[in-house]
Write a protein that binds this ligand. Structure first.
Ligand code: PMP
Length: 299
């Protein structure tokens, strides 16, 4: 994967600079200790051909909340960063893009709080979602970080060491992705996505508390409301999940993506007949601003 070339620009501390020429301090506390916060945002070419950042305000608000949870100074407004991001997309001629804002710390080998933070925004091309391949998921031997040890509602760099370990373990074992439990053994989330399961037309998802409160997760709740699909948050065991009709991951990058199996136990409902598939279709339409009428009520 190539993230940039000689023409790519990024947004760095208030200005636009060529990615190939941008530098950072090797003594940064972020590099040494994973002490940074970031976002993962998508822009799409809408049905009208415009470039639209999906849920831009929600993502930049979460970036600020993450920085505050980590005691990192944060001096930017969502509004100014949204303007900068549209300009970044324009300068890089991007429409279907993945956008990565990152707030990082100055040189500091101690653990004391800093007086300033830095902000970079990078963006790269994202291929429009085509694949319908269902995921083969493995129950990870890794648990998500203990909320008493980390501020897990923050999207902080260091938390992703856990994601990397879990994802690499799943791939080394021949699976597509991992599913992690929380410190009590209940289902939590994937390395970079939230999870929902479907049973008899109703959706279930882990409650907040041990997971990242996903913006896509919130969008799935919105879609359920629009379509009158019942959805419940609760503690879920692995055994319960294996009894599901269908399961999906959702996240900004993953969008809504169905599962074939968990630990090689296949889910019985054909994906195309599932309520989950309807949610996936609605999500795909929502991000490109395509009007969609609820059809479930007519069925
Ligand atoms: N959980 C984790 C651990 C994640 O990294 C992500 C991706 N940001 C999600 C859930 C989904 O969050 P969102 O829908 O806001 O992208």
């Amino acid at each position: 994967m190539t993230y940039y070339n000689e023409h790519t620009v990024l947004y760095l501390n208030g200005g636009f600079v060529r990615a190939a020429e941008a530098t950072m301090d090797y003594y940064s506390q972020s590099l040494h200790y994973g002490y940074s916060v970031f976002e993962g945002i998508r822009s799409y070419k809408t049905i009208n051909g415009e470039t639209k950042i999906f849920k831009a305000k929600e993502h930049y608000d979460r970036l600020q909340q993450s920085a505050e949870a980590m005691n990192m100074p944060y001096t930017w407004s969502a509004e100014e960063l949204i303007v900068a991001t549209y300009e970044l997309l324009k300068r890089n001629k991007l429409q279907d893009a993945y956008i990565r804002p990152l707030v990082y710390a100055p040189a500091n080998m101690n653990f004391v709080q800093n007086k300033e933070s830095f902000l970079v925004i990078e963006a790269w091309e994202m291929q429009p979602f085509l694949g319908e391949k269902l995921l083969r998921v493995m129950s990870s031997s890794f648990q998500r970080p203990n909320p008493k040890g980390f501020r897990i509602t923050a999207k902080a760099g260091g938390h992703y060491v856990n994601s990397i370990l879990a994802s690499q373990e799943a791939k080394a074992n021949g699976f597509d992705e991992a599913l992690l439990s929380d410190m009590n053994g209940f289902i939590a989330e994937g390395p970079g996505a939230n999870v929902f399961y479907e049973k008899e037309g109703k959706l279930f998802t882990p409650s907040l508390g041990n997971i990242l409160p996903g913006i896509t997760r919130a969008t799935v709740f919105e879609i359920c409301e629009e379509l009158n699909i019942p959805v419940e948050e609760k503690s879920i065991t692995t055994e319960e999940l294996k009894q599901a009709d269908a399961v999906f991951f959702c996240g900004t990058a993953a969008e809504v993506i169905g599962w074939e199996s968990l630990d090689n136990v296949k889910f019985p409902k054909p994906w195309n007949d599932s309520v989950s598939k309807t949610i996936q279709n609605f999500y795909k339409d929502k991000v490109i601003e395509k009007e969609n009428k609820p059809t479930l009520e007519l069925a």
